[in-house]
Design a protein. Structure first.
Length: 67
């Protein structure tokens, strides 16, 4: 799992897998989920800080579940 935050553009990108993306689904205008053949591969959130998604306050709880 890899988490990247672009402070300049306020974009949060969470990568769960390096598998190729076979389908993208938008959940509103600012959240996009990329699916691989095996499931969720990545999530991208625009305006992450402005919408309260960054910083991840509960990262210690999330990491063990993602591994």
């Amino acid at each position: 799992m890899r988490i990247e935050y672009d402070e300049h553009d306020d974009i949060l990108h969470i990568e769960f897998s390096k598998d190729p993306i076979v389908k993208d689904v938008s959940h509103g205008w600012n959240v996009n989920t990329g699916y691989s053949a095996k499931g969720i591969a990545e999530i991208t959130i625009l305006d992450a800080r402005a919408k309260g998604y960054w910083p991840l306050e509960n990262i210690k709880d999330l990491l063990p579940r993602a591994a």
